[in-house]
Design a protein around this ligand. Sequence first.
Ligand code: SF4
Ligand code: SF4
Length: 221
Amino acid sequence: MLGEGIIQGLVETARNFFGSYVEKDRLTTVQYPEERLPLPEASRVFPFLLYDGKDPDAGLRCVACQICEKECPPRCIHIEKSKDKKPDFVGKMQVYPAVFDIDVSVCMSCQICVEVCPFDAIRMDKVFELSTDNRFRKLLYTKKELSKPNEYYQKIHPLEAAETDERRAKEAEEAKAKAAAAEAAAKAKAAAAAATPPVGEASGNGAAAPAKLAETKGSPQ
Ligand code: SF4
Ligand code: SF4
């Protein structure tokens, strides 16, 4: 029947409207901002930078590789590399961002920066109440404002954070085992070299023989 869907929609709206006076579940709106609905796991607004531990400078995961800066479609990320290095989570010395800014007034929340980051250093935040009357300064987020601990990430995206933590722990274990194996191999090589006598000493006259021959050849007849 023509218009049947519209009638069904109106009936449902009426049921919710009158039913909401007696049944709370029929309420389709909340009294925002006093009341807030929980945001879904996958909701995303703007990016933030992750750090491990308590110190945002020491634990910042970003190694200033600038991949996100190059891939960001509206080019709203600005990075300047440090002159010195610090160890990353697997102990490898890496540079870090001396400057890391995101202009969130330009960011389109596409999450490409997150997808391309090889270091799990950038993730999407859920904070959306960011309105301000200063479009130029307040919406340009600096490294300090962007840096948030891993515990925060675990809180806002628990499933995604658990998967990332598990993978990083595995990678760190593998790197540790690889480093230990390399160290053991180097020690074994050094021990083998120390145990092998220099050429000539083994036979007792190997090195002396050519010298003696040269002496004989050079002496007058
Ligand atoms: S979410 Fe998209 S637009 Fe925003 S900083 Fe990342 S790559 Fe750029
Ligand atoms: S956030 Fe990731 S992709 Fe961007 S510079 Fe840092 S390490 Fe590289």
